[in-house]
Design a binder for this molecule. Structure first.
Ligand code: SF4
Length: 592
């Protein structure tokens, strides 16, 4: 129940804000534990709007695991929208945690989830709203420990001045160990606590340890959430979620998620079915998604979907499966995943030409892409969604033309076989070099090069009238590359952006190019020059002390193989000795 005193204090603000339900908490299935009776209090802070944060799976895991522990409490806070901040200011009120309605400063730990680089300035603004000094060096014993986890910790350097400790790798066990240390050291000085935290495997505490090794969690039935707060209004992925597997052995050379989440760990078929059953029962959702970087690579995906379909038959509960791998595509699988709803099917060729797919290690032939597409069309799917990336290393205009040619070839076969042309939507993103991938050294295309490629594709529109092309924002992709491979000067840049009011920049409409130009001038930094330079393969990269288990020589060889257009066999089929299993003393877990 929402407390009357809280309503009295904040009612004017809540009535006036665009979406009050973002800020009231008390969702169905939230924990709402007793604040004062808890030994250690953790505030999960998501640097984006409520409807984005509440859907994040990592957030659901941590929230559930901490709250299940006796004496530990996990509350939540999401980035307030501009209108809410202005109202807080107008009525001279402070921001509060969603469930306990306490001030963020009253917590022992505040954990930010760093999912994407464009959320960095939001973290800084949230610290200001929390009344917590922006810089770690200025915090004293009365301040909570500021922690960060998530994929961006693969290169923590741009955020080092603002964050006390980073979780490297899976957070399931590490977060609990952090809270244990805090519980046992409540009377110690902040420095002593940070020193102890730096001794936890998987923690990088700048100034206290020099290196950190990624933590790998075992995926068990127990550590998977079976429930999560149901948002008051539709969020981006408003459904139950069951994680099928973590890690991806395809090792596409641009993909950071694939490399930093190794080794592959598949959940057991029986656990997946039980989890889908419990999660939907506890939440009342009529849809669940099977989460994975590459869902139809699970060793038993067809058996899993068959059993789930059988289990939920007649209940109105349906499954949703992310994009299909064209080489592992089977009609049976597509039918099992989509049931009677043949709305659209997603295939990710990533590149148009075979040469380019070999360079990125996609291990996918044109025939496989076309066969999968035609098979869908013949069986009633009229909408096809393709994912492409442009600006990839070693790409030329023939590779861009090949995207158009691929769609033309699909149309040609449709014509030959008397099929209606499908409605094709192409989502075209721009390559961003990411740490801990074979393409971490690669240059990004200049904005001019990218614009030329986009222009070329747009000009071919009359050849592929049934295709709609949606392009990611090239300027934003450039900023992502700048921060993804950033260090000290990028952290200064962030500070200037924050001082100029940059906030909620994961929403393109909030990015103000003129502010970036001003800061570039002030700090004498040329962002485009930084992102379009190939990094030296000889020099140590700043993020190499963050150990994800990948051998440097393996990453270098993969980059060289890309240049020679040679692909690598997926890790599921044959180990390519990337180093992860040996260096992290772990192994891949397949359910077969
Ligand atoms: S060491 Fe081999 S099995 Fe382990 S993650 Fe790397 S490629 Fe896969």
């Amino acid at each position: 129940m929402i407390d009357d005193n809280f309503l009295k204090e904040y009612s004017q603000i809540l009535y006036k804000t665009e979406r009050p339900s973002r800020y009231i908490g008390d969702e169905f299935a939230s924990y709402d534990k007793n604040f004062d009776n808890s030994d250690v209090k953790f505030l999960f802070a998501f640097p984006d709007k409520y409807e984005i944060g509440i859907s994040n799976f990592g957030h659901k895991i941590i929230y559930d695991l901490i709250n299940k522990k006796e004496g530990f409490l996990c509350d939540r806070i999401y980035a307030p929208d501009f209108d809410f901040i202005n109202l807080l200011d107008k009525y001279n009120k402070k921001i509060y945690a969603l469930e306990s309605k306490r001030k963020p400063k009253d917590f022992d730990v505040i954990g930010f989830s760093l999912q994407y680089e464009m959320s960095y300035t939001t973290v800084l603004k949230m610290l200001e709203l929390f009344d917590i000094p922006l810089f770690s060096k200025d915090r004293n014993g009365s301040c909570p420990i500021i922690l960060a986890g998530g994929p961006c910790c693969a290169n923590p350097y741009p955020m080092i001045p603002y964050i006390d400790i980073f979780v490297i790798g899976d957070g399931e066990e590490v977060n609990i160990e952090v809270l244990e240390v805090i519980k046992n050291n409540k009377n110690n000085k902040r420095e002593e606590i940070l020193k102890k935290l730096s001794e936890i495997e998987g923690i990088f505490a700048p100034g206290y340890n020099q290196r950190a090794k990624k933590r790998v969690a075992e995926l068990t039935f127990e550590n998977h959430p079976k429930n999560s707060p149901i948002p008051h209004f539709a969020s981006i992925h408003d459904r139950a979620v069951v994680e099928l597997r973590r890690g991806c052995g395809r090792l596409c050379r641009f993909c950071q998620a694939s490399h930093i989440n190794l080794p592959i760990r598949e959940r057991k078929k029986e656990d997946i079915i039980k989890l889908a059953e419990e999660y939907t029962k506890n939440t009342g959702y009529d849809e669940y998604s099977l989460l994975s970087l590459s869902s139809n690579d699970h060793s038993k995906i067809e058996e899993i979907l068959t059993e789930l379909n059988c289990h939920f038959k007649g209940t109105g509960i349906s499954v949703s499966l992310p994009s299909q791998r064209a080489d592992k595509f089977s009609l049976n699988l597509a039918k099992l995943a989509c049931g009677e709803r043949k709305a659209s099917i997603t295939i990710a060729p990533e590149a148009g030409s075979q040469r380019m797919r070999d360079i990125i290690n996609k291990n996918l032939s044109e025939k496989q892409i076309i066969d999968a597409t035609i098979s869908c069309i013949k069986n009633g799917w009229s909408k096809i969604k393709y994912y492409f990336i442009i600006g990839l290393p070693f790409e030329n205009m023939d590779d861009i033309e090949a995207i158009v040619k691929l769609i033309e070839n699909v149309n040609l076969i449709c014509k030959k076989e008397g099929l209606k042309y499908p409605n094709i939507t192409c989502s075209v993103s721009i390559f961003v070099p990411k740490p801990h991938t074979p393409f971490q050294w690669a240059r990004q295309n200049t904005l001019f090069e990218i614009e030329e490629k986009i222009k070329y594709l747009k000009n071919q529109k009359n050849r592929i009238k049934n295709a709609k092309l949606n392009f990611h924002n090239p300027f934003v992709s450039m900023l992502e590359a700048f921060f993804a491979r950033g260090g000290k000067k990028e952290s200064l840049f962030l500070y200037e952006l924050y001082k100029n009011g940059c906030y909620l920049e994961s929403w393109d409409e909030n990015i103000k190019k003129e502010i970036y130009s001003e800061v570039e001038k002030k700090l004498n930094i040329d962002i485009e020059k930084e992102t379009t330079q190939e990094l030296s393969i000889e020099k140590k990269l700043p993020w190499e002390n963050i150990d994800f288990g990948l051998n440097r020589t393996w990453l270098m060889n993969e980059y060289k193989k890309a240049y020679k257009e040679i692909s690598t066999i997926p890790c599921e089929v044959k180990c390519s000795n990337c180093g992860v299993c040996t260096n992290l003393k772990t192994k891949k877990v397949l359910d077969c």
